[in-house]
Design a protein around this ligand. Structure first.
Ligand code: LLP
Length: 382
């Protein structure tokens, strides 16, 4: 959103901080995804609920016809409440608890993404006890390093995720033999905030090598879920408000194009650009060497900068005064409670509205009540 298009008069009287969501941008994003996949009607996108589980956002995405990717019993409930059909839900996670497995079986989720043979056996036992059969994809660890933040790569052999690609065959055989398991396919995910399309090319090449090897061994492959990970331009939220879906899907069309059934689990690229954290300046403090803009949002409201040193563009919505560098910091008792250092902002005064951009993904969903603070609210475009 352009600086001038935030409805500051609507914000007056609301308690800050809160997330402001541009549902028109979300609609446009969902339409771009639909158009990009028009020529592949059997390919399906499952929205990664972990990115943002706000019910209104979830409902809008469900209404657009996407499936859901869930990683906990709570997310499955949230997805069902928002109107995602159970059959469109893929359920992943290295540590599924018994109650979560039972809930997913009873709801009839479309797929369990299973991460180990230990999990496979428990799932079979619990499904058999209910007289059900669990549809399963095996999560493969493809040992591919995505060029992204160190904390969010998942596809390397040293990560806890998935079954190492070289050790997959016995687990497929086990899945085929277990009584209450229906083996359906393979699942991959290499990381998040990936802008270098060659990482997805490497993933496709790995998938093609692996499936050729399995076919030679006369093992079934089934369908392919390539996970999520498409990144967004945090630096330029206004220039590129919609992620490069054509480039992204283009890689898979080119390299997995003959497959009838390909699944995606996109989170960030669908929702990050449409969310802004709105906060107000409490105090401007002149330090010895720096000037601090102390705002009323903290790392409990948006943890990404503190947790991953992630960049979010910051703007002063209330001022056109001369530009100055500020350290934009929150009120939490931690020195990592910093949204940005040396951020050039129009001159700040107490009460100014500050926008922390591209915060629609992993913002509200990772908020906490640390320091006994209230969770941030949510406001939507009208
Ligand atoms: N599928 C799986 C198996 C995943 O682990 C993830 C994200 C996704 C899909 C969705 O990825 P996306 O399209 O959103 O990149 N909290 C971090 C990001 C953690 C991502 C975890 N897994 C952040 O704030 O950057």
């Amino acid at each position: 959103m352009l600086k001038g298009s935030y409805p500051l008069d609507r914000f007056d009287g609301l308690r800050t901080p809160f997330y402001y969501y541009d549902t028109n941008l979300l609609a446009l994003t969902l339409e771009t995804v639909r158009t990009a996949l028009q020529d592949r009607p059997s390919w399906q996108v499952h929205y990664a609920v972990k990115a943002n589980h706000n019910q209104r956002i979830l409902s809008q995405i469900a209404q657009a016809g996407l499936g859901a990717d869930c990683v906990s019993g709570g997310e499955i409930k949230a997805a069902l409440d928002a109107g995602f059909p159970a059959s469109s839900i893929v359920y992943a996670g290295v540590g599924k608890a018994d109650w979560e497995i039972d809930l997913a079986l009873e709801a009839g989720v479309g797929r369990f993404n299973v991460e180990s043979s230990a999990e496979l056996r428990i799932l079979s036992e619990r499904a058999a006890a209910k007289g059900l059969v669990a549809p399963v994809s095996l999560r493969v660890n493809p040992d591919i390093g995505a060029h992204t933040l160190a904390g969010i790569t998942t596809g390397l052999a040293e990560n806890k995720f998935g079954i190492y690609h070289g050790a997959l065959e016995p687990v497929i055989r086990e899945a085929l033999e277990l009584p209450a398991i229906r083996y359906c396919g393979l699942h991959f995910h290499i990381g998040s905030q990936i802008l270098d399309m060659s990482d997805f090319v490497a993933l496709c090449n790995r998938i093609n090598d692996l499936t050729t090897r399995l076919e030679r061994l006369r093992l079934p492959v089934g369908d392919i879920n390539v996970g999520g990970g498409l990144g967004i331009e945090y630096e330029h939220p206004n220039h590129l408000p919609i992620a490069d879906f054509n480039g992204y899907f283009g890689v898979f069309k080119r390299l997995l194009g003959t497959r009838a059934d390909v699944h995606f689990e996109l989170g960030r690229s669908l929702v990050a650009p449409c969310g802004t954290l709105i906060t107000r300046v409490l105090y401007v403090k002149e330090g010895v060497a720096r000037t601090f803009a102390i705002v009323d949002a903290g790392m409990n409201d948006l943890v990404r900068p503190a947790m991953y040193h992630a960049y979010h563009r910051i703007e002063n919505l209330s001022s056109d005064g001369p530009e100055r560098p500020y350290d934009v910091v929150g009120p939490i008792c931690e020195s990592s409670d910093v949204f940005g250092k040396g951020v050039v902002l129009n001159e700040c005064r107490r009460g100014d509205y500050i926008a922390i951009r591209s915060a629609g993904a992993y913002g509200e969903s990772m908020a906490s009540t640390y320091n006994c603070r209230a969770l941030p609210g949510a406001v939507f475009t009208e």
